[in-house]
Design a protein around this ligand. Structure first.
Ligand SMILES: NC(=O)c1ccc[n+]([C@@H]2O[C@H](COP(=O)([O-])OP(=O)(O)OC[C@H]3O[C@@H](n4cnc5c(N)ncnc54)[C@H](OP(=O)(O)O)[C@@H]3O)[C@@H](O)[C@H]2O)c1
Length: 220
């Protein structure tokens, strides 16, 4: 897998999916944008990505994909999984957090993470939790800065080395320094951390940039 451009399906083309998909396409991967309320939006994203990108259905996004990015609100997970169909053997990188409707609280207990719950829903898929600790607003800036050293850290976790290697490549291609936090159950700790970062970014005085600096600081 090393060095080869991958095919990445985007399940949820909102703030996170649209930006990460665009960055993956610009980094040389083939990207299929799926799951938005209008097909026109998906086609526009594919055009604007200025790379090898297309619009498609969730099923098409997952077909022959080396990885799919799950980037929908927690309340949409069942629907997007139904539309996607069989994910057996697929690497599912999830940035989706198990949040309530107004995004103020995690809806699962502290003995279970959204990533683990997702792994229960798609038991034959290979779930990796990544990208949920970073506000979407800073993604283009990190990608464009393309630092050789002093890259901001981005933690990820998952249970098998092959899927983590794929996630690692995507994280590097996005401009971050991947930090392996361990097995998928560690998402019980990274998801509350992600919520804290979001609260700092959007409710504190520093804005999203603060969370970016926080990540940068973490890599020192
Ligand atoms: N935003 C962040 O900075 C951030 C950071 C870390 C983690 N996260 C997590 O990442 C996940 C995605 O967040 P986000 O901010 O990217 O969400 P978002 O902007 O709301 O994107 C969700 C996508 O789902 C689509 N969608 C919603 N309802 C739909 C329906 N009925 N039919 C078809 N498509 C539908 C939306 O379509 P439209 O495009 O048409 O609206 C959008 O493309 C969430 O779980 C969030 O907790 C977000």
């Amino acid at each position: 897998m090393k060095g080869r451009n991958m095919r990445v399906g985007i399940l949820g083309s909102g703030l996170m999916g649209a930006k990460l998909g665009t960055i993956f396409a610009r980094a040389g991967h083939e990207v299929v944008f799926s799951y938005a309320r209008s097909e026109e939006k998906l086609k526009r994203l594919a055009r604007d990505a200025r790379g090898n990108a297309h619009a498609g259905t969730p099923r098409e996004a997952a077909q022959n994909a080396d990885a799919v990015l799950l980037a929908v609100h927690w309340s949409r997970i069942d629907d997007v999984l139904n539309q996607t169909g069989d994910l057996s053997g697929k690497v599912v990188v999830t940035c989706s957090l198990p949040m309530n409707a107004d995004n103020t609280e995690l809806v699962l207990s502290n003995t279970l993470s959204g990533a683990e719950e997702l792994a229960r829903m798609v038991p034959k898929a290979r779930v990796v939790s990544a990208f949920n600790t970073v506000p979407s607003e800073v993604l283009f800036g990190v990608y464009e800065a393309n630092r050789r050293t002093g890259r901001p850290s981005l933690v990820y976790c998952g249970d098998d080395s092959g899927s983590k290697e794929i996630a690692t490549r995507l994280i590097r291609d996005t401009g971050f320094d991947p930090v392996d936090a361990g097995p998928l159950r560690i998402a019980r700790y990274t998801e509350p951390f992600a919520l804290l970062v979001g609260q700092l970014a959007y409710e504190g005085k520093g804005g999203p940039e603060l969370a970016y600096r926080f990540e940068y600081f973490a890599s020192a």
